[in-house]
Each structure stands twice: as structure tokens, then as C-alpha cells.
Ligand binder design. Structure first.
Ligand SMILES: Cc1cc2nc3c(=O)[nH]c(=O)nc-3n(C[C@H](O)[C@H](O)[C@H](O)COP(=O)(O)OP(=O)(O)OC[C@H]3O[C@@H](n4cnc5c(N)ncnc54)[C@H](O)[C@@H]3O)c2cc1C
Ligand code: SF4
Length: 330
């Protein structure tokens, strides 16, 4: 590991000033991803600015919705009574990730910014355009079982690993950020992460030195009638092969509102817009769920080892919608 400078920030202004003044500086949240990347030689920041003790941990009601501090721990967020009651999909998604020990350390801001788990990205002896732009993509012709079926480019086919982010994109969350001048920005969740295109080294739309301060959830009619389904190789310490966050509002047996998002299928948490379009105004039946899943997965472009994700994705959409419907009817 390369030597680096370590400082502990005492306020947001100081933290953002330090990281915007040095393009090789990084914020340190819980460290559960960044420190691993440093140990593996994937990232070598010259400076870490520890933000863990900043006062950004509150979870509180705002305008009928919820504001979740960027430095609240994943465990505290998942178990907060307002999250459990009004956004159970988010509780389920967070608790489906990592392990209790890691969730106790991991912060919400860090969860959004965790990097892909593509094994070629972690192996510094292999080509990887995300780690080293221009070096090639080891996964494209290699073992691509865990990789994308939507939105990939000829430069990168990695997927975003977060479970929490799949629920957040389904819930139309907004990411609040602040820069070194004190200027605040609100980024709609669907625009926070990006597809790889020609620059897979850029995961998101944050600028150097911008700090995530909070995640806001709007009031949601469907949040209480929702379900997060994660399909993985084993039940702990495993990232999603495919996951689905689904939420519905059903009145008179007609779907009035619907949200479907997927994980494990793209470089960003994937909003299943085709499935939603199909379901709006229709009856909540298995036939319609299957047709919606068909409509969504039609555009999938799999690779040699991940063709199974197309059928798995369809079944996962149907199953998640069915479970969410049962909650809605209860
Ligand atoms: C064994 C293992 C299994 C895991 N399994 C899963 C899983 O199944 N599902 C899942 O979703 N996740 C999983 N994870 C990932 C885990 O959720 C993330 O490591 C964690 O959420 C990162 O949070 P952190 O606070 O530790 O981030 P850090 O490691 O501290 O930081 C990550 C990145 O975010 C930046 N950052 C942190 N906070 C901010 C902020 N407020 N503003 C701007 N930048 C910031 C840092 O500079 C860094 O670049 C797993 C991790 C491990 C080690
Ligand atoms: S898929 Fe992306 S992260 Fe993985 S090797 Fe290719 S460029 Fe690197």
C-alpha cells in the first residue's frame, strides 16, 4: 500500500476544501470498500479525509418524506422505525447486503459510491478500462458471469454492486451534495450513477471534492407496499446476480402506480421503465407481470457466461411484483 496522508475532518467546509484541493484525495466513510481497494492496489489516494465523525447522521421526516444522513450507518438506516414503516423495500435491500459487521461500519454515502466487484477490476495484473483507462476490458472475452446485460459499452460491462441503490432508484430518491464553496446540489437518483460509454473510470456525476450530505426520499404511496428480491449464489457475503425492487399502488384491482428497478444487470441501478410502462393501468395478475418482465428483458444483451440472467431477470421481476402485490392487498 502506498503511504498516504490522513486527516480527520471537523466540519463539512474543511472536508470539502481538503478533497477539492487535491485530485488524489478521497473522503473516508466506514472504509469498508475504499480500504480494500487500497490494499489491493486498485486505488492509491495520496490523502484520506476522514468524515466519519461529521454531524451527518440524522434520519428525520421532511415534507412527508424522509431525509437520511450520508453518514448514518447502513444498519441504523435499515432499522430506523420510519424506514421500516414507510420504506420497507429499503430496509430489505440494505439488510440483503454484506454482513451485520460490515453494515455496522458502512455509511450511506459510501454505499452509493462503492465500486464494482468485477474481478478483473480488482486484479491489477489484468487489463481493465475502469481501473486503467485504455488498457482494455478483461471481462468482455473472459469470465463474464456476473456482468451487465443492459447499458454496457465496448469499454466496460461491469455492474453496480449496491443493493441499497436499487431500492433508492425505485423510490425516486434525491442525493444532496455540497462543494467547497458551500454550494448545494440535488441530484435525482437516476442521474447520480452513469453508464460506462467511453469513460468507465467515471462511476457517477459527483465532482471532485463534492460531499454527499444526505439522501432524500419523497413521500411515497407505494413504499409501504413493496418488496426487494435478491438472487445470489449463497445467502451471505454475496452480491446480487439479479435483484428486483418492486412497489405498487393497486385500487379496484388496477395498478395505479408502479415502480420496478433491477440490480446486477447494469453499470448503474437499473430502472425497469419498460416493465413499469406495461403495467400502469393494468390488472395485477401473473399474466401481466410476465408480459411486463418480457417487455423489460427484451432489450437485454447478454455475454457468453451470463445468458442465464435474461430468464432469471424475467422470473425475478414476476416474483418481486407478486410479493409486493400480496403486501399491497394485506
Ligand atoms: C465482504 C463484503 C461484502 C459486501 N456485500 C455487499 C452486498 O451484498 N451488497 C451491497 O450493497 N454491498 C456490499 N458490500 C459493500 C458495502 O456495502 C460497502 O463497502 C459500503 O456500503 C461502503 O460504505 P463505506 O462507508 O464503508 O464506504 P468507504 O469505503 O469509506 O467509501 C467508499 C467510497 O465512497 C466515498 N465516500 C464515502 N462517503 C462519502 C460521502 N459522504 N461523500 C462523498 N464521497 C464519499 C469514499 O471516498 C470512497 O470513494 C460488501 C462489502 C464487503 C467488504
Ligand atoms: S467490465 Fe469494466 S471493470 Fe470489469 S474488466 Fe471490463 S472495464 Fe474493467
Amino acid at each position: 500500500m502506498q503511504p498516504f496522508k490522513y486527516t480527520r475532518a471537523t466540519d463539512v467546509a474543511g472536508a470539502t476544501r481538503a478533497v477539492s484541493a487535491n485530485k488524489d484525495a478521497r473522503f473516508l466513510g466506514g472504509g469498508t470498500n475504499l480500504l480494500d481497494l487500497m490494499r489491493e492496489g486498485v486505488e492509491s489516494p495520496s490523502e484520506l479525509v476522514d468524515i466519519a465523525t461529521l454531524n451527518l447522521t440524522q434520519i428525520r421526516s421532511v415534507d412527508g418524506g424522509l431525509s437520511i444522513g450520508a453518514l448514518a450507518k447502513n444498519t441504523d438506516t435499515a432499522n430506523h422505525p420510519l424506514v421500516r414503516k414507510n420504506y420497507p423495500m429499503l430496509t430489505q435491500a440494505i439488510l440483503a447486503g454484506a454482513s451485520p459487521q460490515i453494515r455496522n461500519m458502512a455509511t450511506n454515502g459510501g454505499n452509493l459510491l462503492q465500486r464494482t466487484r468485477c474481478s478483473y477490476f480488482y486484479d491489477v495484473s489484468m487489463p481493465c478500462n475502469k481501473r486503467q483507462p485504455g488498457s482494455g476490458c478483461g471481462a468482455m472475452e473472459g469470465i463474464n458471469r456476473n456482468h451487465a446485460v443492459f447499458g454496457w459499452s465496448d469499454k466496460c460491462i461491469a455492474v453496480h454492486p449496491s443493493d441499497m441503490c436499487v431500492a433508492l432508484v425505485a423510490l425516486d430518491a434525491v442525493v444532496k451534495v455540497q462543494d467547497a464553496t458551500g454550494k448545494e446540489r440535488s441530484i435525482p437518483f437516476a442521474e447520480f450513477h452513469r453508464l460506462p460509454a467511453d469513460s468507465p473510470e467515471v462511476d457517477n456525476t459527483l465532482k471532485q471534492g463534492e460531499l454527499i450530505t444526505a439522501i432524500q426520499l419523497p413521500k411515497s404511496n407505494l413504499a409501504a407496499n413493496s418488496y426487494y428480491l435478491k438472487i445470489r449464489d449463497r445467502s451471505s457475503y454475496a452480491f446480487a446476480l439479479v435483484s428486483v425492487a418492486a412497489g405498487l399502488v393497486i385500487r379496484d384491482n388496477v395498478i395505479r402506480e408502479v415502480r420496478v428497478a433491477m440490480g446486477g444487470v447494469a453499470h448503474k441501478p437499473w430502472r425497469a421503465a419498460e416493465a413499469e410502462k406495461y403495467l400502469n393501468g393494468k390488472a395485477a395478475t401473473d399474466e401481466n407481470f410476465a408480459a411486463a418482465a418480457e417487455a423489460e428483458m427484451k432489450a437485454a444483451k447478454p455475454f457468453e457466461h451470463n445468458r442465464f440472467k435474461v430468464e432469471l431477470g424475467k422470473r425475478a421481476i414476476v416474483h418481486a411484483l407478486r410479493r409486493a402485490t400480496k403486501t399491497a392487498a394485506a
